[in-house]
Ligand binder design. Sequence first.
Ligand SMILES: [Zn+2]
Length: 262
Amino acid sequence: MLPRREVFPHVIEMNHQARRRLGCSVYLIYDGPEWMLIDIGYEDTVAEIIDMIRQMDFQLTHCKYLVATHADVDHVQGMKQAQELLPKAVTVAHPEAAELMKSAERIMTFAEISAQGISIDLPAIETGLTINEGDTLTVGDLTIDVWNTPGHTSSQLAFRMGDLLFSGDNVFRDGCVGNIDAHHGSDIADFIASLERIRDSDVKWLLPSHGPVFANDRAFMQKVIDRLEQYQHMADFGTCAVDWPLLDEWEDELATGQGPTE
Ligand SMILES: [Zn+2]
């Protein structure tokens, strides 16, 4: 039997449990015999993760939910395999993520980035329950509040349990945020609103979908938000930006016939 290496009471993170990097964060939440998983990652680590869970003395038939924070391939590719190993678990996702998973959509899930030669298998995944803002999930006596935190993608979910927030791809410990990409359905204004919501909440700890757990610090979050505010006016972000002030300046200069200035 493996000792359970909790990151917080009732919470195990499988990379932390394994003491090495397996892929995206895979959170196991449990109370009594009942448990659930938030994300599963790529197929090639599913067997190892489920085996560790078994060795920690969890009954596979007591897994209540298999939750997807969103439909990105690095979070859900292994769902189908996990469903086979955890037949009693209900697969749970945001309605839009459920659609992408069902149709094995390839662009919005980052399975296919043809310009970079990225083409990753993504099986079609059926969802048993769709959830959205305001819904709750229960595991044993624990209650988990569902937040829709759009920005990285419109279907991005986060999950609040007491002073913990399973924060998905909203923000990471180094201040990076989830990939902003027009083809992924990213929206910078929505992203800022989601980060402000996290900043203004009394959540103490952020449990992200990539990298280590960290504290929800107001000054840190503000710095991230300020950076994204800039993105809204930068050509770097293409159609995700709302405007490009340089072109307005240029228009004024064109009208007055202004040439190059030092
Ligand atoms: Zn991700």
